[in-house]
Ligand binder design. Structure first.
Ligand SMILES: Nc1nc2c(c(=O)[nH]1)N(C=O)[C@@H](CNc1ccc(C(=O)N[C@@H](CCC(=O)O)C(=O)O)cc1)CN2
Ligand SMILES: Nc1ncnc2c1ncn2[C@@H]1O[C@H](COP(=O)(O)OP(=O)(O)OP(=O)(O)O)[C@@H](O)[C@H]1O
Length: 189
């Protein structure tokens, strides 16, 4: 399927989830994340969910990370193309921006090349590990600034599509995608 049709399909599917499904499926995803062999790493990047878009509740994963004393880094929109990234601390204050994204007000800036693991929001992904988001390219540009060996983990309520047919060269594939019932591991070339 094409990106534009997938965005419509998965936006609809998401908005059909009840609050209780959203909550239990987010917990199932967090439990599966615990099984990945990523825990020797130190710098973990994760997003805070847009509730209005029924994104995965990442609170469970964040609690696990903080409990393990990991460095947790969250994004903030800097411009129409670029994100910046702040270390989460006890003092971090969040403000929900005009797109309903909770973002840190300020803090210690972390460069993408420091990151070991990135958890990635997505609308849909395919069996080859390609993903799509809301179509602004923020994560594609951000992942391009990360090290080649950064572990890229998609989080999704829904299973893989057979293929996203209009993938282009700037789309960076995932290493893993975790859903409530399955963990996909993708071959990287
Ligand atoms: N929770 C979360 N944080 C995230 C992302 C995400 O997907 N989820 N992003 C992943 O990239 C980045 C921000 N993504 C954005 C996605 C869309 C628009 C945007 O302008 N969207 C619509 C208007 C909003 C709407 O329809 O409600 C537009 O195109 O005008 C802006 C930023 C960074 N933080
Ligand atoms: N590394 C890059 N440098 C410059 N432009 C880029 C880069 N990656 C993607 N883009 C541009 O961003 C736009 C959106 O890309 P795409 O449709 O793949 O977004 P998406 O993956 O759905 O969004 P997101 O990455 O924010 O979740 C495209 O016009 C694409 O050319």
């Amino acid at each position: 399927m094409l990106k534009k049709d997938l965005r419509i399909k998965y936006s609809r599917l998401r908005s059909s989830l009840t609050p209780s499904q959203l909550s239990s499926q987010s917990i199932a995803i967090a439990n599966s994340v615990l099984q990945l062999s990523i825990w020797n790493n130190s710098y973990f990047h994760i997003f805070l969910p847009i509730e209005q878009k029924a994104e995965i509740d990442t609170e469970g994963i964040i609690s696990i990370l903080l409990g393990l004393d990991k460095n947790v880094i969250v994004p903030k929109i800097k411009s129409s193309t670029e994100l910046e990234h702040f270390l989460l601390t006890d003092n971090t204050k969040f403000i929900t921006n005009s797109l309903n994204i909770p973002e840190p007000v300020d803090g210690i800036n972390i460069e993408p090349n420091k990151l070991d693991v990135v958890f990635i929001p997505l609308l849909a992904f395919d069996k080859a590990g390609n993903r799509i988001g809301y179509g602004k390219g923020y994560y594609d540009r951000f992942l391009n600034e990360c090290r080649q060996d950064v572990v890229k983990i998609g989080l999704s309520f829904f299973e893989a599509e057979n293929s996203i047919d209009d993938i282009d060269t700037t789309d960076i594939p995932l290493n893993f995608c975790v859903t409530p019932t399955k963990t996909y591991s993708f071959k990287t070339s």
